[in-house]
Design a protein around this ligand. Sequence first.
Ligand code: F6P
Length: 568
Amino acid sequence: MASSTLICDTQPWKDLKAHLEDVKKTHLRDLMNDTDRCKSMMLEFDGLFLDYSRQCATADTIEKLLTLAEAARLKHKITSMFSGERINTTENRPVLHVALRASRDAVIECDGTNVVPDVWQVLDKIREFSERVRSGAWVGVTGKPLKDVVAIGIGGSFLGPLFVHTALQTDPEASECAAGRQLRFLANVDPIDVAKNITGLNPETTLVVVVSKAFTTAETMLNARTLREWISSSLGPEAVAKHMVAVSTNLTLVEKFGIDPENAFAFWDWVGGRYSVCSAVGVLPLSLQYGFPVVEKFLKGASSMDQHFNSTPFEKNIPVLMGLLSVWNVSFLGYPARAILPYSQALEKFAPHIQQVSMESNGKGVSIEGLPLPFEAGEIDFGEPGTNGQHSFYQLIHQGRIIPCDFIGVVKSQQPVYLKGEVVSNHDELMSNFFAQPDALAYGKTPKQLLSENVAQNLISHKTFSGNRPSLSLLLPSLTAYNIGQLLAIYEHRIAVEGFIWGINSFDQWGVELGKSLASQVRKQLHASRKKDPVEGFNFSTTTMLTKYLEASADVPSEPSSTHIPKM
Ligand code: F6P
C-alpha cells in the first residue's frame, strides 16, 4: 500500500466490506456451537487467557483481518515503533514507552543512542529517593518523616498512576508495603479538589509531587502553586525544598517554579502523556507508596506483554487480535462504542484510564498524511466494574444499542471471602456474573423460549433478547503488580494497533488545543471584568453567560484577599 493510500481504498478493506454480508447472516447462538471455531478463538500467554469466540466473526473474518493488517503494514509499523523511529510525525517524535519497562540490559535506540541506560538512571534515582522517604531518612523541614504524598497532575499525568494505585491498594503484598502511608491525586483545577485532597493532611508530614510533562499545563500549575502556598504559609518558604519534588521533561521550568532540580525526575519527549505511567510519572508516586520492588514487578509485567506484542505471529498475538477485532466492530459492523467491564473492584479506575489512552489516541479525523478520513476512527470507551455496571447501563447493552464488551475477570481474588453456609465464595459469586453475561449477550432469548416458559403474551416483546451481541473475555490469573502491568500493556498496544490499521497518528493530540486557547481568552476577560471592564469579543451566547456569571458573583473580591486555602 502506498503511504498516501487510505486503508479503506485497499482490496482487503473492500473484501471485508463484502464479507460483512456473510457475517450478517450468522448468529452467535449458532457460531458458538462450532467447537473448532471457538477453539481457534482462544489464546493463552504468560498466565492470561483470551477468548474472543463471542465476536461476530468467523474464521474467515479473522483471516481477512490479518490480510488487512498486511495491507496496513502493521508489522512494519510495530517494528518502527520499537526501533525508535519518529512515527509521531506531527510532533516529530519517536514513540518509545516500551523502553520505560525494558530490562536493564536491553538495547532500544533513539537517534542512534541506547535510551535504556537513561531510563534506568531515573529508575535508580527513584528507588533511592523513595527508599529514603519511606525509611524516614528524608524528613520534612520540621524533622518529621513524610508519610503522605499528594501527586498533582492531570490527564496522562494522573489517570494511569491512579489506575495502578487503585489496583494495588487491595493487593496483599502491596498494601502491606503501604502500611501507614497515603497517596492522593489532585487533578482538577476545581478548588473543591484541593480541599478534598488536603483535608486531614499535615503539611509537616506531606510530600507533594508535581507531575507534568510540559510543566505548563494550566490546571496542574495552579494546583502546584496552591499547594506550594499551603506548605509555605504554614512551614515557611524554605520548606518547599523538602516538601515538593517534580516529574517532568522540562527541568528548566521545574527549577523556575522553585523546585530543586536535584529533586526532579526526568522523562523524555518520546513518552506520550497517556503512555507515561511506566515513566517517573507513575513510578515515583507509586514507589513512594508501595516501594520500588513492587513497582518493578508492574514494569516487568508490562515488559512481558511488550515482548509478546513485538515478537508473536499476529494470529497468536493478544493485542494485535484485540485491536483488529475492534477495527472490525467499529469500521465494519458499525458499533462505535466499547464497554470495558472488569469484574474486579480493584480495576475501578481502569476504564477511565483507557478512555484517555484510546480516545485521545484514536479520536482523529484525518490520516497520518493529513487526508480527511472517509470513515470514523476511534471509539467511545466507557466502563464500570461488574457487577455495578449490571445494575446501571447493562439494560442498554442487552436490549438497546449494540456495544461490544470487554469482560475482564480474575481467577484469584486479592481479598477472598467465603462465609460459612454460603453456596459459593464471594469471588465465585462475582465471577458467576463474569461467565453469565457474555452468554446472555451472545445467545439472547427468543419469543419461542419465552412462550415455553408461559410468559404472558403482552410481555413477550419486552422480555425478548435479540442476542448476537459481541464480547471478548480476558481472564487474568490474579491481580498482582505483574498482572496489572500485563493488562496495561495489552490495552496500550491494542489501541496502537487500531491506529496503525486506520492509518492515523495515535500519538498526537491536537484536538485538545482549541479549547485551551479559548479558555485563556476567557481567563483574561474574567480578570478584566472583575475590575469592571465590559465583556467584549465573544459571541452573543458566551457574552450573555459571562455577564450573568459576573453579575451573580459580584461579591467575589477582585484582588486575592487572603492566602487561606480551604479544607473540608
Ligand atoms: O489533555 C491534553 C494533555 O496534553 C494530555 O495529553 C496530557 O496527558 C495532559 O494534557 C497533561 O499534560 P502534562 O503532563 O504536560 O501536564
